[in-house]
Design a protein around this ligand. Structure first.
Ligand SMILES: [Zn+2]
Length: 75
């Protein structure tokens, strides 16, 4: 039988051995808050990114939001 632990990534297993559940929950909450702050900065505004657009339009979603959404950045 495959358990949730079996399916966990190596990074997740490493966290489980180093922290208790409360600490993990605090870390998840803090990371979620950070991502919310990034999304607030990099919000769509008139079809572009409100943070990245300066003199020329950076279409939305910008590279930052795409990276937050899981896209691998260009090399
Ligand atoms: Zn942006």
């Amino acid at each position: 039988m495959t358990t949730a632990y079996d399916k966990a990534s190596e990074a997740a297993r490493a966290l489980l051995t180093a922290f208790d559940e409360i600490q993990l929950a605090e870390m998840c909450a803090a990371q979620s808050a950070r991502i919310r702050r990034v999304r607030l900065l990099h919000r769509e505004e008139y079809g572009g990114c409100a943070e990245c657009t300066h003199e020329s339009m950076v279409s939305w979603p910008c590279r930052t939001i795409r990276a937050v959404d899981g896209e691998q950045p260009d090399a």
